[in-house]
Design a protein around this ligand. Sequence first.
Ligand code: ADP
Length: 210
Amino acid sequence: MVELSNRQEKIIEIVKNNGPITGEHIAEKLNLTRATLRPDLAILTMAGFLDARPRVGYFYTGKTGSELLTEKIKKYKVYEYQSVPIVVQESSSVYDAISTMFLEDVGTLFIVDENSCLTGVVSRKDLLRAAIGKQDLNALPVHIIMTRMPNITICRREDLLIDVAKKLINKQIDGLPVVKDTPKGLEVVGRVTKTTITKVFVELITDHHI
Ligand code: ADP
């Protein structure tokens, strides 16, 4: 969330009380030049506090900082934040899946068929469960232990990130695949995890345009 400077707060006050008002008139009231004010007006407009109409001037949108923040978060799309998916063939062994999980440093693997289409998901605990059993992990194909389609929670690139965050909570899962519809099935094109959401949360604090 952007911290407004004293001058920016004053500009908002002036526009609230006098708007619509031209940049020239705001500058006069502050005993400053129009050029000095330009960056402040640009920030306030970009952040959504003020709106500008050509030949009319600036007016106050009436939106508080937290309303603007909420509006902004609601617009985040999956494709803006998704990360690279790590996929494993369904014929791979559980042993190889465990190795991949360590090598790629992820907590969820997406399982695909020979057409690279999604057939399942394995999590850390799925692999742990298999590992404490008596099976030979090299001989056990990962598709035996995976959670399979159609029970996989998925999302698409254009989905809203907030909806994906709700799915993570409601389904009590750590991540889900971003998929693309193809004639052969769902191609895995990305992943959204709890880490993705945590990064967005931190970015909100460091983002200077709210
Ligand atoms: P962990 O099991 O390591 O705590 P999760 O909470 O992500 O990790 O997984 C819980 C269970 O849900 C596992 O059995 C896993 O296979 C399954 N799972 C994980 N992600 C999904 C998903 N996107 N859709 C459906 N099931 C999933």
